[in-house]
Design a protein around this ligand. Structure first.
Ligand SMILES: *Cc1c(COP(=O)(O)O)cnc(C)c1O
Length: 398
């Protein structure tokens, strides 16, 4: 069966929450995908920053296969080896002492919100997050998300969420009240257009937390796990959070999320206070153990930083070559955005569509930038190919 037939069948049965490309993907390997018509794509979306080791990484596939043949699910009424190994790896390589496992980014943020509230005690429930942030689609996560377009029609949202303007610590501090328990932010805003908070701003946020006794929660669902060239983005900012959430790349495509915190804060969640039936499922956890083992091996992060420098250089050349359409590059590691001018923004969706037709997958984040989040194993030749296709598309627009 071909793309068109699959799309027609899918469009008949799904609730229309997604605007999908007209392709049914059937196979993936490394940075490549193939659709039902046999067309090959260069994948610089990686399942929305999920397949950090590329599609069907042999070692991860092997770990999934072995675990699937051994034990798939028992619930959290029992210990399982992969989940313990994963938690040890996360704790051993972060500021945290304790981990709660779940299945997605939104769920990890829900866990963080619940922990911040229960730890802070009665009357202290309010969470400050930033305009332009994205924290997921469940009701509390969407309430934390600082973009009104995600709220519309779903009110009343859970209470206790306020949003500060992006970029100015004073607007955050002005919102602090006796009700406040935490500040939640992404080190680099991903969905709203690859907007880095920067180390000065993030340090000011940490300072506000310290002066007012608030918890600092970093949503590293997108920035974490090597995406920015270090295991966690905050390592480059000189700031440590109290709580951190992870998901996307953790299972390289299997659904798994995690909420990490320190011993003292973790003690506020006791048996029965929070749970997940599937969270840290043995198969997803086995995949994640393999992901972390590969990422923690010597040279992996250095290679991400090398490719990042190479890619940034190429994107800057593109920005210089098409000044009518693009105004620069931002982001870090392999979470990069080519910033579009007003004229470029008008063509943003069209550029993504034409890239798709050229066999290159990217997206238009926050209606401001072309976002590139390739697998972290991307090669220089693949970056060159992507840039060629991008220039071909941009040439047609100028
Ligand atoms: C993708 C994302 C989420 C939501 O993750 P889901 O797995 O879709 O629930 C939350 N926060 C950030 C920063 C994200 O990029």
């Amino acid at each position: 069966m071909k793309n068109a037939e699959w799309a027609a069948r899918g469009n008949k049965v799904f609730i229309g929450t997604y605007n999908r490309f007209p392709a049914a993907m059937v196979k993936g390997s490394g940075c490549r995908l193939w659709d039902a018509d046999g067309k090959e794509y260069l994948d610089f979306l990686a399942g929305i920053a999920v397949c950090a080791l590329g599609h069907c990484h042999p070692a991860v596939t092997g770990a999934i296969r072995r675990q699937a043949e051994t034990l798939v699910h028992v619930s959290n009424l029992f210990h399982t080896q992969p989940q313990i190994q994963l938690a040890e790896l996360l704790v051993g390589n972060s500021f945290a002492d304790r981990v709660f496992m779940c299945n997605s980014g939104a769920e990890a943020n829900e866990a963080a919100i619940k922990l911040a509230r229960i730890h802070s005690g009665e009357g202290r429930y309010e969470i400050i997050s930033l305009a332009g942030s994205f924290h997921g689609r469940t009701l509390a996560a969407v309430a934390a998300t600082g973009q009104p377009r995600f709220h519309q029609g779903f009110e009343p949202l859970p209470q206790g969420f306020v949003h500060a303007e992006f970029g100015d610590p004073h607007t955050i501090e002005a919102l602090v009240s006796p009700r406040t328990c935490a500040i939640l932010c992404e080190p680099i805003q991903g969905e709203s257009g690859v907007r880095p908070l920067g180390s000065e701003y993030i340090r000011a946020i940490r300072d506000i937390c310290d002066r007012h006794g608030l918890l600092l929660i970093f949503d590293e669902v997108q920035t974490g796990l090597g995406r920015t060239g270090t295991l966690f983005a905050h390592e480059q900012l000189g700031v440590t959070p109290d709580i951190m959430t992870l998901a996307k790349a953790l299972g390289n495509g299997l659904p798994i999320g995690a909420m990490l915190t320190t011993e003292n804060i973790a003690a506020s969640l006791t048996a029965g206070s929070h749970a997940s039936t599937f969270g840290g499922n043995p198969v997803a956890a086995a995949a994640a153990v393999e992901v972390l083992t590969i990422m923690l091996a010597d040279g992996f992060m250095a290679s991400v930083r090398e490719k990042s420098a190479y890619f940034i250089d190429k994107l800057q050349t593109v920005a210089a070559r098409y000044p009518l359409l693009t105004s620069g590059v931002r982001g870090s590691g392999l979470l990069l955005g080519l910033v579009l001018t007003d004229r470029g923004i008008e063509h943003g969706a069209d550029i993504v569509q034409q890239m798709f037709e050229e066999g290159a997958l990217i997206n238009f984040a926050g209606n401001t930038v072309l976002r590139f989040v390739p697998p972290l194993i991307v090669g220089a030749a693949e970056i060159d190919l992507l840039i060629d296709r991008l220039c071909r598309v941009l040439d047609r627009l100028t």
